[in-house]
Structure formats: structure tokens, C-alpha cells
Design a protein around this ligand. Structure first.
Ligand SMILES: [Fe+2]
Ligand SMILES: [Fe+2]
Length: 302
């Protein structure tokens, strides 16, 4: 992402924190997320401010003038890559890869929404945060749909994963808390690093369609602001032992995630993403995104 002003500095996301700090940070995050996303519209898995923002984009649509994507190649490869990625142009690879990341997200949040406590029954701050967080993720799916329409991929639908993979997602809530919390955090970390790389790829691959590139980037930045906040929020679940587990999970988890996405090898430098994940301290993101997001108090340098 393009640095647009002097860097803000933060501590490592793996820095130490006390239980009291984390308790206070959950309270702070809930205040932030309500102001940022708006009220929860539970039957629609939506949030009032996010809905208004999406309607702003939808009522001022930007559509690419020329086909930015080899449509047939996209639809042939977006679920499982059937061709040799070396024979497919970079723009099409970008969108099959984005689809796969977003689809995993959709599958994960659909399972988690079923398992999480409705707001009316929520008793704790963490229950309320979880419900808001998931609604925000559903908003991202709608933002991705708008991105696909921007590049003339109008037929994209979210296809469930194979029964075996779905079983894995349903098992997730039964894994011991320390491991799910660590994995939940590492998932969010992978997300923000992927979005940072995606931002750079927009310049490399969509340079000849500036309007479409700008619109896709606006949508991407809205998602990234939320996802940077999720990194801190999921970090806040982790005490001393769990944060060390999480750091060890970065490399195996990142590599396992992209193993089934062969086009990722042409788009992403996974070794670099692992290094960036283990050294994550919010650097490399535009200041205007960092100023809008939420960062735990123990990662801020005062
Ligand atoms: Fe997300
Ligand atoms: Fe997220």
C-alpha cells in the first residue's frame, strides 16, 4: 500500500499485554465497532453504517469499459484451478485468487454465525463483539461482490466448499480455546497481508483502467480498515502462551492456506508474507487507514 504521509509507529502485534489491559481493550473495541459499523441488523447480517456506505458505491457504479478479465478462464478456474496458471493472464489470476480468499471467508463466517449467540441473548462484551464482527465480515462479502461487478464478473456466486472441508469448518468451534483463538488471530493476519499485496497488484495489473482500479481500491480499503481492527481484536484474546503459539502458527498456516491456490504462487511471495506476519507492527499501511482503524492500547506507542 502506498505510504501517503509520515509513518505512524506501533509495537509488534506479538508484544506482551496483561489480562487487565485486554479486558479494557475489549470494552474499547466494542465502543469502536459500534461507532464504526453502526447498529447490527441481525436478520440481514448487516450493519447500518456499512449498509449506507455500500449503497453509496452501488448508486454510483463504476464498470470497466473493456473486459479486464478473461471471463471464460475465470469461471473455469475460480473454484478449482484447472488450467496451467502460467498460461493465464495476471488479471484473471488476481480475481480467481481473490474469489478463493473471499469464499473461504464466506464459508467460515456462515458456520460461525450459526454457532454464535444472537445479540438479544448476548451476556458478555465478547459475545457482542463476536456478533458485530461476523456481521462486518458479511458486509465484506457484499463489498467483494461489488468489486467483481466493477470488473464485469457479474455471475459470481458463493459456492460451498466440499463436504470434507465443510466438516473441518464445523469442527473449528470444538477445538480447544487456546488453539482456536490463535488460529482466529492468524487468519485475520493472513487477511490483512493478502489485502496489502492485492493493493500493490492493482497498480501492476489494472494500470490501464484507472477508474475501475480506483473503485476496487476504495472497496478494498473499506475492508482493510475493518480487517486491521480485527487483527487487534483477535490479538486481544491471546495471553502470553497463546500469543507464542500464534507466532509459531504463522508459517504453517499461511503455507497450508495457499497450498490449494496454485495461482497464488504467481501473485504472492508467501515467504515474504510469513516474514511480514511474524514481524507485523502495522507498518506498510497508509496512514489514513491506520487513523480510521482500531489498534490495541498495548501496541500503540504513546
Ligand atoms: Fe474479512
Ligand atoms: Fe476479519
Amino acid at each position: 500500500m502506498v505510504e501517503d504521509s509520515p509513518r505512524l509507529r506501533f509495537r509488534s502485534i506479538f508484544t506482551d499485554s496483561t489480562p487487565d489491559e485486554r479486558r479494557q481493550n475489549f470494552e474499547d473495541y466494542l465502543v469502536f465497532t459500534r461507532a464504526h459499523g453502526g447498529e447490527l441488523l441481525e436478520p440481514d447480517k448487516d450493519l447500518t453504517r456499512k449498509r449506507a456506505q455500500l449503497s453509496h458505491f452501488r448508486t454510483r457504479p463504476v464498470r470497466s469499459r473493456r473486459s479486464l478479465v478473461d471471463q471464460a478462464a475465470f469461471y473455469r478456474n475460480h473454484l478449482v484451478f484447472r488450467d496451467d496458471p502460467a498460461t493465464i493472464d495476471g488479471r484473471t489470476l488476481l480475481w480467481t485468487c481473490v474469489y478463493k480468499f473471499a469464499r473461504h471467508e464466506w464459508v467460515g463466517i456462515t458456520a460461525a454465525w450459526e454457532a454464535s449467540t444472537p445479540l438479544a441473548n448476548a451476556k458478555t462484551t465478547v459475545d457482542r463483539i463476536s456478533r458485530h464482527h461476523l456481521a462486518e465480515e458479511f458486509c465484506h462479502i457484499r463489498y467483494f461482490e461489488e468489486m467483481f461487478r466493477t470488473v464485469a464478473l457479474d455471475e459470481v456466486i458463493w459456492v460451498p466448499l466440499s463436504p470434507f472441508q465443510q466438516r473441518l469448518y464445523r469442527l473449528f468451534p470444538r477445538i480447544p480455546g487456546v488453539l482456536t483463538d490463535s488460529l482466529g488471530f492468524v487468519t485475520e493476519l493472513l487477511g490483512v497481508l493478502f489485502y496489502r499485496r492485492m493493493d500493490a497488484l492493482l497498480d501492476e495489473l489494472l494500470g490501464d483502467e484507472p477508474e475501475a482500479r480506483t473503485r476496487v481500491r476504495e472497496l478494498l480499503y473499506e475492508i482493510t480498515v475493518d480487517e486491521l481492527a480485527h487483527v487487534g481484536q483477535r490479538r486481544n484474546f491471546l495471553g502470553g502462551a497463546a500469543i507464542r503459539i500464534a507466532r509459531r502458527l504463522v508459517a504453517p498456516f499461511f503455507r497450508a492456506f495457499v497450498r490449494d491456490i496454485p495461482e497464488s504462487r504467481r501473485l504472492l511471495d508467501i515467504d515474504q508474507m510469513v516474514r511480514d506476519g511474524r514481524a507485523f507492527d502495522y507498518s506498510g499501511y497508509p496512514r489514513r487507514l491506520l487513523e480510521r482503524t482500531w489498534i490495541p492500547s498495548y501496541c500503540r506507542v504513546t
